[in-house]
Write a protein that binds this ligand. Structure first.
Ligand code: T6T
Length: 324
């Protein structure tokens, strides 16, 4: 082969090699395109849809590709196969809200071993080595704020029940801890009835409230630790004609919850900033892929929404949306 010919052949071969390995996970693709996948805790739910909107807007701004996937139930057995298929698609980075602190460690360890940059948004896993950055509401503080708001509503005394999703979900577990510590420390007049779990099911949450009302007709207050628990608890209070008689504080600010607030079913909502969490997640993922500084822990704010401030423009901005 002519010398020049041989050189061209060698160059050709070299080019081929680069393209082949350019698609490595954890890096920008051969085309320099950074590809990120957001794995939600629950597809279609307003908290995670609002998060996806924030992530998409930031991805567009930074010129990176983002796709969004999520399970039909907030369940690690449904989220794991999604993570496995994402890993097989070799993205540069993955944003994920793990649905269980233990069960999601194994699939995420696989992703990490494939050098996929992992950013934890909203929830976390127990293994601190997973997640280059963890971005979430300060849920302990949020739970304490809910206790203060509820205690104010019931005049600091009476029976109080907490409704959560499932043990092993880092966010709601922290909210309960914050709530219980605040009640124990500063609200001696409150009789704490403990926490019951709705498995993130609206109907189940309603059943729990109906049973609680049958057992304790003098129930004074309810703290519902997330969107579906709150929506279900609220509709049970409405059906039982307990509006305003049993006070409620709910975490999150989905459309159904905002309607319940305006109807006087619930007295206060703790609105997180899921859009912010999504946007910051993309920022940290891009920084990680580009080998730049990554911030290990980013707490995001929350806003107490009441019937008095819900129509204010700055509060309207934090209410969750079903789509972008
Ligand atoms: O409260 C949010 C989220 O923060 C939590 O981790 C799971 O439940 C929600 O998505 C609301 O349903």
């Amino acid at each position: 082969m002519h010398k020049a010919g041989r050189a061209m052949a060698a160059l050709g071969a070299l080019l081929l090699t680069v393209t082949a390995c350019g698609g490595q996970s954890g890096e920008a693709g051969g085309d320099g395109q950074i590809r990120i996948t957001l794995v939600q805790g629950l597809a279609g739910e307003e908290f995670y849809e609002t998060m996806a909107c924030g992530a998409k807007a930031k991805a567009k701004e930074l010129g990176v590709t983002l796709d969004v996937q999520g399970p039909q139930k907030f369940d690690p057995t449904l989220q794991t196969p999604i993570v496995n298929s994402v890993v097989a698609s070799k993205p540069s980075a993955m944003l994920i809200a793990p649905t269980d602190v233990k069960a999601m460690i194994a699939p995420l360890t696989q992703a990490k071993q494939q050098d996929i940059k992992i950013i934890l948004v909203d929830t976390v896993v127990e293994d601190p080595s997973i997640g280059l950055s963890r971005i979430s509401t300060d849920n302990l503080k949020g739970g304490a704020a809910a206790a203060k708001a509820l205690s104010e509503q019931i005049g600091g005394k009476g029976k109080v029940l907490v409704i959560s999703t499932d043990p092993g979900v880092s966010t709601v577990d922290a909210r309960i801890k914050g709530f219980e510590e605040e009640v124990k420390a500063n609200h001696p007049g409150i009789t704490y009835l403990g926490v019951q779990y709705s498995h993130n099911d609206v109907t189940e949450a309603s059943k729990i409230v109906n049973a609680a009302l049958a057992k304790d007709s003098d129930l004074a207050g309810i703290f519902a630790a997330n969107l579906n628990s709150a929506t279900g608890a609220g509709s049970a209070l409405q059906q039982a004609g307990k509006l305003g008689q049993v006070k409620m504080v709910g975490f999150d600010a989905g459309p159904a919850q905002v309607k319940q607030l305006k109807d006087g079913v619930v007295q206060a909502l703790i609105a997180q900033l899921p859009g912010d969490i999504g946007a910051k997640g993309v920022e940290q993922a891009v920084a990680a892929v580009r080998g730049q500084q990554v911030t290990p822990s980013i707490p995001t704010d929350a806003t107490i929404v009441t019937a008095a401030n819900v129509d204010q423009p700055e509060v309207q901005k934090v209410l969750y949306k079903a789509g972008c």
